[in-house]
Design a protein around this ligand. Structure first.
Ligand code: FAD
Ligand code: NAP
Length: 534
């Protein structure tokens, strides 16, 4: 029997291998894909890239890595982030402990032996004292069951399962369903590659232009010199982002001031001079419904300025929810792409999809012939991968049963009834509201120290107390209440609203990274207070 099985070899699983090895633990990692990188391995669609500056979206655990890696752009493309993952795998010799093409579908606790037994789809089995679920928050693609979808004779693709081989779209009629972050990134690129692109939009999106700058070598040198300060600033930031400026050598707060303090003229000028992204810098846009609606209206007007056809502009303008409800989307030329002659927008709100046919999509209004159909329809987020892994704890109770009304755990790290099993960036932690690499490092470090504590204190099992879970759940709800994230008009994947039948519950912790980390640290300092140890 091994000490630990790590499930998943994205950034979380990769860092876990490195960290737990340093504790002298005997481990193995299992990964469904053929190589490392997780999100950046699976999401190879045209236009895929980071929405956090790459200097920030990078690991801080190795000086050598920081000092040698070169980010070519300020916000990196998927291919560069995947290269970074590969470089980490090589530098730290991670692959020798990873079993690829191994998807785990049963993880069962044997109470008598105090061990976890894992089995993969192909029948390989593993036994371990500890299990670390590094299975990702956005790793289970959501492919809605559209009527007739199986009849489609063209090629079907999902942005979250994009093939490794190049996809040739020249001369083809392509349809894409979905205008979230993935669709918005893919649409301008696809429009340039294919003969005709039809965008099937159910809900319009608020998207702001991305920073497209190349990394200047002199800035990279400054970052390298000041990485430790930058990392300290990340730790003090609500979202794990320092905003370190290589010119002033200071970080910047994310939001300041109130939009409502500006008069109508000044607000208009602000958007004209700085673009719609400027609206996101005001605190009241996220806290005050009046300010929020003022910002939403300015946003809608800006769409009309960018999109030539007024009917298309009207369709692209969000009306049913406000800024701040969903993860902010960033784009490169999204709105102006609809000025191209080879792009059609179909508003599924006005003319719903009736069925997929052998040759395309039929709505209540028209038939759209297609050679390729792309689903940019998102993920069964945060709980999807954990529930699909077939986890059963004490007494054979499944996680699915425990979470029937929504995820219940302590600190997003572990569940009562599932001893010695940890979740990295689980629901109830800052996770997807944070720079994920900061969140991942913090969780993996905490889990490593907890396991080390158990070994040195002869603790056989550790798991949260039931009351720790209920208290944490009410705290998570309390801090989310009254924010734009949980507004009644908001339907986001944070709430599970994108998956039919999923309980509506705001899943990530919105109280801020520093506050959360302090809580984790004080739990550890008090000998894992709130956990039951045997
Ligand atoms: P993942 O990268 O999802 O890796 C999990 C791995 O576990 C996968 O490789 C999967 O195959 C494997 N796995 C899952 N279940 C099993 C199983 N049962 N058996 C075996 N293997 C399994 N975050 C940011 O902070 N900034 C960004 O800009 C950003 N951009 C993103 C862009 C896209 C397109 C997407 C989808 C997500 C983005 N994210 C971003 C979130 C991103 O998921 C995280 O930043 C990070 O990469 C997550 O790493 P992870 O290792 O936790 O999970
Ligand atoms: P998403 O935000 O959930 O968007 C999915 C889109 O598909 C929505 O427009 C949704 O419409 C539509 N859709 C879903 N089911 C549909 C159906 N049955 N019929 C018609 N339309 C349907 O998913 P995503 O775009 O993949 O992004 C998920 C998350 O991944 C992001 O929020 C972000 O955290 C991360 N991500 C980040 C980046 C980046 O910039 N770094 C890029 C991609 C992804 P409705 O809104 O009506 O449901």
């Amino acid at each position: 029997m091994r000490d630990i099985v790590i499930v998943g070899a994205g950034f979380a699983g990769m860092y876990a291998i490195h960290r737990f090895r340093s504790l002298g633990l005997d481990l193995v990692a299992v990964e469904a894909g053929t190589d490392v990188g997780g999100t950046w391995y699976w999401n190879r669609y045209p236009g895929a890239r980071c929405d956090v500056p790459s200097i920030e979206y990078s690991f801080g655990f190795s000086d050598e890595l920081e000092q040698t890696w070169v980010w070519p752009e300020v916000f990196s493309a998927q291919s560069d982030i995947l290269r970074y993952a590969n470089q980490i795998a090589e530098k730290f010799d991670l692959r020798r402990d990873i079993r690829f093409e191994t998807r785990i579908n049963a993880i069962e606790y044997d109470e008598g032996a105090n061990e976890w037994r894992l089995a993969s789809e192909d029948g390989t089995t593993f036994r371990a004292r500890w299990v670390v679920m590094a299975t990702g928050c956005l790793s289970v693609p959501n492919k809605p069951a559209l009527p007739g979808a199986d009849n489609f004779r063209g090629q079907t693709l999902h942005t979250g399962l994009w093939p490794k081989e190049p996809v040739e779209l020249g001369g083809l009629r392509v349809g894409i369903i979905g205008t979230g972050s993935s669709g918005v990134q893919a649409i301008p690129e696809l429009a340039q590659q294919c003969a005709h692109l039809t965008v099937f939009q159910r809900t319009p999106v608020y998207t702001v232009p991305a920073n497209r700058k190349a990394m200047r070598p002199e800035h990279l040198s400054v970052f390298r010199e000041h990485y430790r300060e930058l990392r300290t600033m990340q730790q003090a930031s609500e979202i794990g982002v320092s905003n370190f400026n290589p010119r002033s050598l200071t970080g910047a707060p994310r939001r300041t001031g109130r939009l409502l303090d500006l008069d109508a003229e000044a607000r208009k000028r602000l958007v004209e001079d700085n673009g719609v992204g400027a609206l996101l810098a005001f605190q009241d846009v996220y806290e005050d419904l009046t300010a929020n609606e003022v910002a939403n209206e300015l946003f809608r007007e800006a769409i009309h300025d960018l999109v030539e056809d007024p009917v298309t502009a009207q369709r692209l303008a969000p009306k049913t929810y406000g800024l701040g409800c969903k993860r902010q989307v960033i784009d490169r030329d999204f709105y102006v792409t609809f000025n191209r002659k080879n792009v059609t927008l179909v508003d599924l709100g006005e003319t719903p999809l009736e069925r997929v046919t052998a040759t395309g999509i039929t709505t209540t209004e028209a038939d759209y012939p297609l050679d390729v159909l792309i689903y940019a329809t998102g993920f069964d987020a945060m709980t999807g991968a954990l529930l699909r892994a077939g986890i059963r704890g004490r007494g054979g109770r499944s996680l699915r049963e425990k979470w029937a009304d929504g995820p219940l755990n302590f600190l997003g790290l572990g569940m009562q009834g599932f001893p010695n099993l940890f979740t990295v960036t689980g629901p109830g932690s800052p996770s997807v509201l944070c720079n994920m690499l900061v969140a991942i490092e913090q969780h993996v470090n905490w889990i490593g120290e907890c396991i080390d504590y158990c070994r040195t204190h002869e603790v056989r099992t550790i798991e949260p107390l039931a009351e720790s879970e209920t208290q944490w759940a009410s705290h998570v709800n309390e801090v989310a209440e009254g924010t734009m994230f949980t507004a009644p008009t908001c339907n986001s994947w944070y709430l599970g609203a994108n998956i039919e039948g999923k309980p509506r519950m705001f899943m990530p912790y919105v109280g801020g990274y520093p506050r959360y980390k302090n809580r984790c640290d004080s739990v550890a300092a008090a000998g894992y207070a709130g956990f039951e140890k045997s």
